[in-house]
Design a protein around this ligand. Structure first.
Ligand SMILES: [Zn+2]
Ligand SMILES: [Zn+2]
Length: 156
């Protein structure tokens, strides 16, 4: 993900549109979250070997719900102003490491699939969103409970 800077160097101080896309194939992970496509749209100008960028950043992120671990697709946006030093003779600047870092640090790591997510059963890991009636009772393994229920019928 690079921004070509020749145009900016030709016209120092002049604000020009900047647009860059980090493709989904370049997906990056931080252990839990995966970043898909990132788009940068805004303006930039060069002055005294510094590139000033003022842009909207839109990132597609996939990460698990904090409670139930279901994968959630999130479109995360932020507006950011940042600067890059322009190395001598450079024709482009690779903004990718910076932008990925920015997105990961600005984005909330603790998201829920929905505000009232019930999470997983602490004992067996059952998804309580799908089985809200799921319960364990002390000393009960499920099988015996079914037996107790059937007993009155079998003794008749
Ligand atoms: Zn959830
Ligand atoms: Zn359970």
């Amino acid at each position: 993900m690079t921004i070509s800077i020749l145009e900016f160097l030709d016209r120092p101080g002049r604000r020009l549109p900047v647009h860059a896309v980090l493709g989904g194939s370049d997906a990056e992970m931080d252990g839990v979250r995966t970043i898909g496509e990132i788009q940068i749209d805004g303006e930039a100008f060069a002055q005294l070997s510094t590139l000033y960028v003022d842009a909207d950043i839109a990132a597609h992120i996939v990460q698990p719900c904090r409670r139930c671990l279901t994968s959630i697709d999130i479109l995360f946006t932020l507006h950011e102003s940042f600067t890059f030093p322009i190395p001598p003779q450079a024709e482009a600047i690779d903004v990718r490491p910076y932008v990925i870092e920015l997105v990961f640090s600005a984005h909330d790591a603790n998201v829920l699939c929905r505000p009232d997510c019930r999470g997983l059963c602490a004992i067996c890991g059952e998804d309580l969103n799908r089985h809200p009636e799921h319960r364990h009772t002390a000393g009960d393994d499920g099988r015996r409970k079914l037996g107790d229920f059937l007993e009155p019928w079998s003794t008749k």
